[in-house]
Design a protein around this ligand. Structure first.
Ligand code: NAD
Length: 384
């Protein structure tokens, strides 16, 4: 396919958080062009967003239903190839399902859906249609996360024994949802966020990162969920013990009431011979720790990294890349798969290295298992 891919967007109005990030990230490599959108639930904001982005007004829609109806009736050389879904959690399933049924590929924000049942329905639809569904677990897009994954897979640390993953934020330390903050208000509303608050919003990233780097699967969880801020209706704090399928154990913490923390996702993984430490707020540095030699510091963009890690940077070492580029890496991997897509032919998604519908189902399963464990007196709950 020797042209730019045509993208539509659902959500991502001018006043939103992640939609504008997606638009920038999608544009970084010049392979994707935003051609249409149903950008907002706020009356008039979809139009305003379309104007600000200089889109053809005929392709700026008030609702996603109208968007897919109109787009599928356009000639094949005009209609979108895929849609980016960047709405709150309760509006992931509707547009993703309708897009797939209309013949469009989907890149959707995490968590994939509002509930596990919705996630499983999406998985069935992906299998039935053969179309692609990518999921933006952003942190898997960083070059040093790729390096970490490769080092673990190559056995650099020996058998993995212990994983600590923490995701502390502090922005929900007060009842921000009562002040008109849009991002806080839907995230703390069980009707829009789902059964998990912090655990769905950021705990899913932490669990996904731990599984992505180690290649292991969480099999059992012993969890505690708290609602720390009075008047809130969902968890804003969580701690849990994990068991992994190779016998390793882990600790996961995800909280939005760690006052003063910004977006401090960090992970430590230890094997028989050594370990690694990576922090999202300093993503271009990773510390390697060894049983029998001094610590090492490795840096993104350096020649000594694996080809995999190097292929996910765009600038030389010391010219920092970050969040936008991590998103761009997911867009690029997804686009590569999409360019190779042929109707009726199953692609080997693993080859392209982007989170997909299976990760989405797993994320919802994780949230459900954590909530079940936290609400029960049993010590351990199985993650199926
Ligand atoms: P937000 O509240 O800032 O923006 C949501 C946007 O969706 C708004 O423009 C809103 O008007 C629009 N919208 C709502 N309902 C709609 C509908 N029916 N049709 C069209 N537009 C609609 O939310 P956000 O913080 O940008 O989060 C959006 C999603 O992105 C969430 O699922 C969140 O979990 C996820 N997210 C992921 C990351 C990441 O790192 N991957 C970071 C932030 C948010």
């Amino acid at each position: 396919m020797k042209r730019k891919l045509r993208m539509g967007m659902v959500g991502g109005g001018l006043t939103s958080f992640i939609g504008p990030v997606h638009r920038k990230a999608a544009g970084i490599d010049g392979e994707i062009e935003l051609v249409c959108g149903a950008f907002s639930i706020i009356p008039g904001e979809s139009k305003e967003t379309g104007e600000a982005l200089y889109l053809n007004p005929d392709r700026v829609y008030e609702t996603y239903q109208e968007m897919f109806e109109k787009e599928k009736s356009l000639p094949p050389d005009q209609r979108i190839d895929f849609v980016s879904v960047v709405t709150p959690n309760h509006v992931h399933f509707g547009p993703s399902q309708m897009a797939l049924e209309s013949g469009f590929h989907v890149l959707v924000e995490k968590p994939i859906a509002f509930s596990l049942a919705e996630a499983k329905t999406l998985e069935k639809t992906v299998n039935k249609t053969g179309l692609l569904l990518g999921l933006t677990h952003t942190y898997t897009g960083y070059p040093l996360v790729k390096e970490a994954r490769k080092m673990v897979a190559d056995g650099a640390f020996g058998k993995i024994r212990k994983i600590y993953v923490e995701y502390p934020q502090g922005w929900l330390s007060t009842l921000l949802e009562k002040t008109g903050n849009m991002q806080a208000s839907w995230r703390t509303d069980p009707k829009q966020s789902g059964m998990g608050g912090a655990i769905g919003d950021i705990g899913t990233h932490a669990a996904n990162l731990a599984e992505y780097i180690t290649g292991l699967r969480i099999t059992e969880i012993c969890a505690m969920l708290n609602t720390v801020v009075k008047g809130r209706h969902l968890d804003d704090d969580s701690s849990m013990l994990l068991r992994f399928d190779n016998g390793a154990s882990g600790v996961l913490m995800a909280t939005q009431v760690a006052a003063g923390e910004e977006n401090n996702l960090n992970i430590r993984v230890y094997g028989e011979k050594g370990g690694l430490e990576w922090k999202q707020e300093e993503p271009n540095t990773m510390i390697l720790k060894w049983l029998d030699k001094p610590k090492e510091i490795i840096r993104a963009g350096q020649k000594y990294l694996s080809d995999e890690a190097k292929s996910f940077t765009r600038t030389p070492a010391g010219h920092p890349e970050g969040y936008l580029e991590a998103f761009a890496n997911i867009y690029r991997s997804f686009s590569r798969a999409l360019r190779d897509y042929k109707p009726g032919k199953k692609l080997n998604i693993a080859k392209y290295d982007f989170p997909d519908v299976a990760d989405g189902v797993r994320g919802m399963n994780f949230v459900q298992t954590v909530v079940k464990s936290a609400n029960s007196n049993r010590k351990w709950t199985t993650l199926k």
